[in-house]
Design a protein around this ligand. Sequence first.
Ligand code: AMP
Length: 280
Amino acid sequence: MSTTVARTRTDLLHALAGRVGRTGVVLTMGALHEGHTSLMRRARRDCDTVVVTVFVNPLQFGPAEDLARYPRTLDVDLALCASEEVDVVFAPAVEEVYPDGEPRITVDPGPIADQLEGASRPGHFRGVLTVVCKLLHLVHGAEVTYFGEKDYQQIALVRRMIHDLEIGVDVVVVPTAREPDGLAKSSRNRYLSADERQAAVALFRALRTAAESPDDPLAAARKVLDAESGVEIDYVELRAPDLGPAPTTGEGRLLVAARVGTTRLIDNAAVHITTPLSDH
Ligand code: AMP
């Protein structure tokens, strides 16, 4: 079966007309890589109809961020979707998603959105949740949506929105796809120079070291990042798995964001904490 490309809402409605069974949707900003394909494969396994959206959402970029230079590789993305046997790709123009310009009513992402990524990127999650809400409505009848664990805070907020606003779509979380040396795959990795690419793996090393240092995972991660001169930490935080305050013992989540050259990268991992935390 071939992949149908829908550029407008009407195209999308036609493409989805007559489908039967379970519909799954993978929301992306394009520049697709193996992180995205792992979501598509999971959707292909679980669903009768797989829809991928490709949309670089201006609403989630701050004025000083990389909207204009965000990679746009639609032809390559479409070929990849076809090879993953995606049924429908919805790749709308900005005016198709926001026909009246910037929406006057948006999703308020609540208090978690001011922390971690949100502290560095004010308004980011308002933009993310607004477009996720719109796209889940535009893909009428989607029963399940797939998100990557790399964007851990995003998952927490999307789940919360779907629950609080009764959107009625299941969320399936897919583990982070990594390069052989551990760097999380990201559309932004292509900006890295060879030296920056080498430095960038410090994020993964920091998370791995933290996972191996249950007595003080946060300090262990910081030490690795501080030792890498090419990496400028934005935040490194230990939290509970639900992003509440870190427990003194038990399961935690370590989240990191850092600038490598002009490229901002994020990653996270589960950690186990075995002794009370010292005062960080
Ligand atoms: P993006 O195109 O960056 O907005 O990402 C679209 C979806 O792909 C989101 O659910 C991301 O969490 C997911 N994703 C991005 N990178 C990865 C990765 N390395 N592994 C797994 N999922 C990913």
